[in-house]
Design a binder for this molecule. Structure first.
Ligand code: SF4
Length: 749
């Protein structure tokens, strides 16, 4: 079981309500003063307002009048700001906004929300207060307010955008392609060679440990008298088996360092040692370890960072482990009580549910583990409690699982709206072939019963039938050796049986982070999945390292080359535990508008795109054909979104506040293109306080070798609009009308 740290919470001392009055009296730093001076010099109007205002209220009024004056001739901007656009036309209004309008709306939102308090779960629920105009007023008139340089940097950029001093600088397609070229893929012969070196180093360490008796394993041992060459050849055979990699996964920082040729620096080791002590599991299998560079040739400098930072823990994660709260409110389930979206669930652990149409199934099998532990996993909450773990022997399904599975299927069968089941974990493919086949058979049986029961229901009273089955797995990236022909046969067989009971969509929903994860082994594994008739889609998490210019675009391109379609690009979820990997939502919008745009799928090929899953085995070929025909470097079939607590995926937001430390406060609307439970439809906006300021993010990028000037426009992306879903991801229509009644839902007034 994972241990919970018993250390006391460390409180971060910013934006805390009890200290607000004190902070108002705190002198700003010299650096803040200098930035303030620059701000006033560039904006004489602002200086005049601040100097003439007798108090913060007058300062707020002064800035509001100024902004309103500027917008006098732009009534459509005011309509957007006030939400007074006709239903369904929000997107059109949004697209007509100019760069300067973004700033005007942000200033008005800052004023409207001045003094509001927000629980900040980055600070374990302390209250964050936003009042940026007051902070400027205090700084101008008293030299106080405690606002930090990151705050002033953000304000400087805001007023530059408002005054027209900063104009949008959207890069050309050539520029984006040049950025993409910075990132080799794992299929590059030079990278393949490097990985072979890594594999040799790792295997030689394992061989040595077997020889010395440090590792004793009945399956992985040598006959007496074997030469070194024979041992190595045998170990190369083991390398092809997923069991070998699970057996020899690294579970301690010391072994990790040894396997990496002692290349980890002392600071990293210190963090990893404390992670180990705090009870954060370590689980990096030899294959995935071989993707990390020890010797870094010139052409591959920094190329593995998105991988490295995905498995090497940060100090903030260590500090927060033991105090991490669930990001998804629906994940907190109390027996017999509805979850945050109102869904009644058969038990606490096996089903997660947010939307009427979808249920997530977490089996009591090895599927509760993963092929590795991603440092910014949203399920760290569950790893923290020990519910998800890497004690693989204890995760084998117990006697009660079969009975439980029947109960879960009964729940699905009796649900009026459910049409899509996502089997995940942990990781769906961590389940053994036998356990997975058992679950898939149960799904077929249930879908058949659901269909049969509908025959006796009237039109308009029929229940939704199962149309889509998804397996959520990062094993194609972590451990492609798991995708054997045996597994592909199970999937192909399931597809035949499931098609008979009306299931039409079969999706492996995988999770690649970097083009460097696409190796020859991955290409082969994905090829097998595709040949079994399943579509493979990708969910990418936009971490700081993977958000570097061109990185995500290049990932989409390499995914397409092996037949995978991008599905989502997610902002990192969670709170301060994910500070290190977090890239602000402004970067997600910038990526969407400035980089992803070169792969935008033209409307005239939507129909052909919709046909792709029908012949998924031809996917790589068809995707290539479409790209070539339209001259696209990749098909941007994904949506950049944040998976919001409670209400689902969205990038429809406005920055409505900012803390003195420059961390932005965002108000999100839920995804209006989806069907939600009535509770969610009634819910207002969801407010998020980001864990990192834009300035901190840019400094972090500089630390990993980026030129922050290439990102400069990021400050301006203070609003977003969720992209429409690609038709390929729509559910098939029913030939009958389904019931409007919701089963398994409890709504209290
Ligand atoms: S594979 Fe998925 S569930 Fe497992 S650790 Fe990674 S993000 Fe979390």
């Amino acid at each position: 079981m994972t241990q919970i740290s018993n250390k006391k919470p460390q409180r971060r001392r910013d934006d805390v309500e009890s200290r607000v009055v004190d902070l108002d009296h705190i002198a700003i730093t010299v650096k803040s003063h200098k930035l303030l001076k620059k701000l006033l010099k560039e904006n004489p109007n602002l200086e005049e307002i601040m100097q003439n205002a007798k108090n913060e209220v007058e300062a707020l009024e002064g800035v509001r009048n100024w902004v309103m004056d500027e917008l006098r001739e732009r009534p459509e901007v005011l309509r957007f700001y006030r939400g007074e656009y006709p239903k369904g036309q929000r997107r059109d209004f949004f697209q007509r906004l100019k760069w300067h309008d973004y700033a005007a709306i942000r200033l008005l939102d800052y004023i409207d929300n001045a003094g509001k308090e927000y629980p900040d779960l980055n600070l374990r629920g302390e209250i964050a207060i936003s009042n940026p105009i007051k902070l400027i007023w205090l700084a101008v008139n008293h030299g106080t307010g405690g606002a930090k340089p990151f705050f002033f940097e953000d304000m400087l950029e805001l007023f530059r955008q408002f005054s027209g001093r900063n104009l949008p600088n959207v890069p050309s397609e050539e520029q984006v392609m040049a950025w993409m070229k910075r990132y080799p893929s794992g299929l590059d012969p030079r990278i393949i060679k490097l990985r072979e070196e890594n594999r040799e180093r790792i295997l030689k360490i394992i061989i040595k440990k077997i020889d010395s008796g440090e590792i004793q394993d009945r399956s992985y041992c040598f006959d007496p008298g074997m030469t070194e060459d024979q041992k190595f050849s045998l170990a190369l055979e083991w390398w092809k088996e997923s069991r070998f990699h699970l057996q020899f996964a690294v579970r301690s920082p010391q072994l990790l360092n040894e396997m990496l040729g002692f290349s980890l620096d002392p600071d990293t080791m210190k963090v990893l040692d404390s992670a180990h002590k705090a009870g954060i599991p370590f689980f990096i299998n030899p294959y995935y370890l071989s993707l990390l560079h020890v010797r870094v040739p010139y052409f591959a400098i920094g190329a593995d960072l998105a991988i490295r930072y995905y498995v090497v823990y940060s100090k903030q994660l260590v500090d927060e482990f033991g105090y991490i709260v669930a990001w998804e409110k629906e994940d907190q389930v109390k027996p017999g009580k509805p979850n945050a979206a109102g869904w009644l669930l058969p038990n606490r652990y096996n089903i997660h549910r947010r939307y009427p149409e979808v249920a997530i199934l977490i089996p009591d099998t090895m599927g509760r583990a993963c092929g590795g532990l991603c440092a910014s996993c949203q399920r760290m909450y569950d790893f923290q409690s020990g519910h998800l773990n890497f004690e693989l022997d204890t995760l084998k399904p117990g006697k009660t699982w079969n009975q439980k599975l029947d109960e879960l299927m009964d729940y699905f069968e009796k649900d009026s709206q459910l049409r899509d089941i996502l089997i995940t974990g942990g990781d769906a493919l961590m389940s053994s072939d036998k356990a997975l086949a058992r679950i898939l058979d149960a799904v077929v049986e249930m879908a058949g019963k659901k269909r049969e029961a509908n025959k006796s229901r009237k039109e308009g009273e029929k229940f939704a039938e199962i149309k889509r089955l998804r397996l959520g797995s990062r094993l194609p990236a972590y451990l492609p050796q798991r995708v054997t022909q045996g597994l592909a046969d199970i999937l192909a067989d399931f597809k035949i049986k499931a098609t008979d009971v009306g299931i039409e969509q079969f999706v492996i929903q995988t999770h690649f982070e970097s083009p460097m994860e696409i190796t020859p082994e991955v290409r082969e594994a994905v090829g097998r999945l595709i040949s079994s008739g399943w579509m493979v889609t990708n969910q990418h998490v936009l971490t700081a390292a993977s958000s570097r210019r061109g990185h995500t675009a290049r990932l989409r391109q390499v995914l397409n080359e092996i037949g995978i379609l991008p599905y989502y690009t997610f902002t990192v979820k969670g709170y301060m535990e994910n500070y290190f990997n977090f890239a602000p939502n402004a970067r997600a919008v910038q990526e969407q508008i400035e980089e992803k745009v070169i792969g935008r799928v033209p409307q005239e090929i939507f129909d052909r795109l919709r046909q792709l899953p029908g012949k998924s085995e031809l996917m790589p070929h068809q995707v290539r054909e479409l790209r070539e025909e339209k001259g696209l470097p990749f098909l941007a079939t994904d949506r950049n979104v944040l998976n919001l607590p409670g209400v689902g995926k969205s990038l429809t937001f406005r920055v409505i506040g900012i803390t003195r430390y420059g961390r932005r406060i965002l108000a999100f609307d839920h995804d209006a293109t989806r069907v939600h439970s009535p509770i969610i439809n009634r819910m207002g906006k969801v407010v998020i306080v980001e864990s990192k300021s834009i300035s901190e993010y840019l400094r972090q990028l500089e630390d990993i070798g980026e030129n922050s000037d290439e990102y400069r426009g990021i400050y301006g992306y203070s609003m977003g609009e969720t992209e429409p879903r690609m038709p390929i991801y729509e559910y098939p229509e029913y030939e009958f009308k389904i019931s409007r009644e919701f089963t398994n839902l409890e709504i209290k007034n």
